[in-house]
Design a protein around this ligand. Structure first.
Ligand SMILES: [Zn+2]
Length: 254
């Protein structure tokens, strides 16, 4: 129901801005008091699709954060090579902690009911991924824990508290580009870009003027679907006030 209301609101504001908003100028000023910050985040890699996400972000010169699953990174040379490729471009990219096993390979209830084991799962990933930042994201759960934002359900709160005790921020998302049962992106890039516009316009983000978008590497593994990612980013770039950032520069991190 809430998702439907957001969609209706997004559609309304898209129509409104199409008719009344001034046409943006081609270049942004050096200091932009109207700046809005977009954080692209890709979860669950390295997987088929990760390479396309890297290529498109590099072509478009936009920053992104990859929340990696250390099991996917460490199990074979395919994962290790993609990891190296992301690591080699730290101007645009950061790698962050999305656990070792992705909740015991998808057993969410057991995982969150065993917070000590789950913490060890994150610490194992921290070592394998050789992480230089304090960003983590829970598998399958939109929890937040930074200096400024506290949001955790009863199920995940014990783990969030343990991650807090070792200094890790937990970063969720403001919107998701969801995928279907075949792992393909459900919505058109135009709809995703319009939703991003509307959330920023209506201050529906966790932090005002800062928008975190969740995507998954694997949904862009087919070239036709990766083209949708390129289209969505190009649509957002048409707004001269939008600036793409890595999540390490998100406000209010511990
Ligand atoms: Zn995930």
């Amino acid at each position: 129901m809430i998702g439907y209301l957001i969609y209706i609101a997004a559609h309304f504001f898209t129509q409104l801005s199409a008719s009344s908003a001034p046409i943006p100028k081609a270049t942004a000023p050096t200091v932009d008091s109207l700046a809005k910050y977009i954080y692209l985040s890709f979860d669950d890699g390295p997987l088929p699709g990760t390479g396309n996400c890297i290529t498109i972000c590099e072509q478009q010169q936009v920053a992104a954060t990859f929340f990696e699953v250390a099991f996917h990174q460490s199990r074979n040379s395919f994962g290790r090579n993609l990891y190296k490729k992301i690591s080699s471009n730290n101007r645009l990219f950061d790698i962050a902690n999305h656990s070792y096993s992705h909740a015991f390979y998808g057993d969410y209830i057991n995982y969150y009911h065993q917070p000590d084991a789950a913490l060890q799962d994150f610490l194992k990933a921290d070592t394998l991924l050789q992480l230089k930042n304090k960003l983590s994201r829970l598998p399958g759960n939109n929890a937040w824990n930074t200096a400024n934002i506290k949001r955790a359900s009863g199920l995940v709160r014990p783990l969030v508290n343990k991650l807090d005790s070792v200094g890790l921020n937990v970063i969720g998302w403001d919107m998701e580009w969801r995928f279907n049962k075949s792992g393909k992106p459900i919505d058109a890039p135009q709809k995703i870009a319009a939703l991003a516009d509307s959330l920023l316009l209506m201050n529906k983000t966790k932090t005002k003027n800062h928008l975190v978008i969740l995507m998954h590497d694997h949904e862009f593994r087919a070239s036709a679907d990766s083209a949708k990612l390129a289209t969505m980013i190009a649509l957002l770039k048409r707004n001269p006030h939008y600036q793409f950032r890595k999540l390490t520069s998100y406000p209010g991190l511990k």
